[in-house]
Design a protein around this ligand. Structure first.
Ligand code: SF4
Length: 324
């Protein structure tokens, strides 16, 4: 009695929408087919789907290590301490070394090394990557963190009074709200209240700057507006591209927010059309979620094994490979 039972409730996030767009089968396997695979005694097929779902690619992995190191540094500042940049970078390197060894041996099929990391799909699917590519992955992490620790961000954070701190990557249990009765997840990396009462929300980005982040920051703004009782237009959104050392302000106006709301409703409706019971979030059968014909989606997908597309990699899709 009194035990919390996990239920697979319907919710919406930008990443859920993207998976839905990319491949219906991947969406099904991620949100329904692998549900419960973490349980002791789960059926081996279910277990397999859940482990596959948890695999990252090297870019997500690098990004998550950078985000975790920045989160730790901000929490240190919040607690009144001075984070040590070089030590944080050494720690990140140690974590990645151990992750890599764990993943290369595909040990994730036997045990979990740490909560935030299962393994890498590059290892699961035997993708032929030269050592230089793995080194490039680390170099990207090191340069992102080096820039961060030398940037004005820690100083800005140090200047905040305790009541100005709002969020530091709080996680899915905390960062959600309801829109039209649907739970929406939006987990900002860092949010604080400015002197003038406005809120600034910051999203750390690894990799090269490109456009198309509007939806993500509107989601953050709506979440923060809801949680901290301000108008969405009172929220300043900043994207910080750590590897390029660039900061971009994303303006939010009423029209952008209205466009987002429309897009959200359409997306939810299309997802619900594939439910046999919307109240219970019960999906139609798997064949109603077709596999994509776009093999470039498969080349970045964790579920290749479940689809019999283990051999699909970017190398196998390269023009020279198909011409050979
Ligand atoms: S391997 Fe391809 S078809 Fe299968 S779920 Fe992934 S993207 Fe979809």
């Amino acid at each position: 009695m009194g035990q919390n039972v996990l239920t697979n409730d319907f919710s919406w996030s930008k990443s859920r929408h993207e998976k839905f767009q990319d491949c219906r089968r991947a969406y099904y396997l991620h949100y329904y087919g692998s549900w419960g695979g973490w349980e002791d005694g789960a059926h081996p097929e279910l277990r397999q789907l859940w482990v596959l779902k948890k695999l990252a690619n090297r870019f997500n992995w690098a990004g998550s290590v950078v985000h975790a190191a920045i989160k730790d540094a901000l929490l240190e500042v919040r607690a009144g301490r001075r984070p040590d940049g070089p030590k944080a970078i050494i720690r990140a390197r140690g974590i990645m070394r151990e992750d890599y060894k764990h993943s290369r041996g595909r040990s994730y099929w036997r045990e979990r090394r740490r909560l935030e990391f299962m393994g890498l799909m590059e290892h699961e699917y035997g993708e032929p990557l030269p050592d230089s590519e793995w080194k490039r992955t680390w170099d990207g992490v090191e340069s992102a963190l080096t820039w961060f620790f030398q940037s004005p961000w820690l100083e800005r954070a140090r200047g905040l009074e305790p009541q100005q701190w709002l969020e530091v990557d709080e996680g899915a249990d905390h960062s959600w709200f309801e829109m039209d009765g649907v739970k929406m997840f939006a987990i900002p990396d860092f949010a604080f209240r400015d002197q003038d009462g406005h809120i600034t929300v910051v999203d750390w980005k690894t990799g090269t700057p490109h456009a198309g982040y509007e939806d993500q920051v509107v989601g953050y703004a709506l979440y923060l507006a809801h949680r901290h009782r301000v108008e969405p237009q009172q929220i300043r959104c900043r994207l910080v591209f750590l590897n390029a050392g660039q900061e971009v302000a994303v303006p939010l106006d009423a029209e952008t927010i209205q466009r987002f709301s429309l897009h959200f409703r359409e997306s939810v409706q299309r997802m619900r059309e594939l439910l046999v019971n919307a109240a219970a979030n019960t999906p139609l059968d798997a064949p109603q979620f077709p596999m994509t014909d776009d093999l470039s989606q498969c080349a970045r997908c964790a579920f290749r094994r479940a689809c019999g597309r283990e051999g699909v990699t970017f190398a196998s899709l390269a023009p020279s490979a198909s011409a050979a």
